[in-house]
Ligand binder design. Structure first.
Ligand SMILES: [Zn+2]
Length: 115
């Protein structure tokens, strides 16, 4: 019988055939779910968390977005990947650090990145 959720899986190390233990691995800012072989230390990262870590690494490099205007007010629209760091209902504080540099501070009640 297959486990319903991947978190409940009991993977076996491909190297030494030992049952792997569930662990948390820090990847950048992500506490990724993973499994580690108690014998050789081989690790498998949960695919969802591996994907999130990859997205976060891409976002950290910076993304170009085009400025539009609506009733003479400038706006930018963030790509979909930003849903991992900000969601509808979050409050965003905007700081103009220089004429060509703006910093955003996102305040959200609960996300996967905070704890
Ligand atoms: Zn192993």
């Amino acid at each position: 019988m297959r486990p319903r959720k991947l978190e409940d899986a009991k993977p076996v190390c491909a190297v030494c055939r030992k049952g792997m233990e569930p662990v948390k691995i820090k990847i950048g800012e992500i506490d990724a779910r993973a499994w580690r072989c108690p014998k050789c230390g081989q690790e498998i990262i949960h695919p969802e968390d591996a994907q999130l870590a990859l997205i976060m690494a891409q976002l950290k490099k910076g993304v170009d977005v085009k400025v539009g205007t609506l009733n003479d007010a400038p706006y930018v629209r963030f790509p979909k990947n930003f849903c991992h760091v900000m969601q509808k209902g979050d409050i965003v504080s905007v700081f103009v650090d220089a004429a060509d540099e703006i910093r955003l501070k996102i305040k959200h009640p609960e996300t996967i990145l905070s704890d």
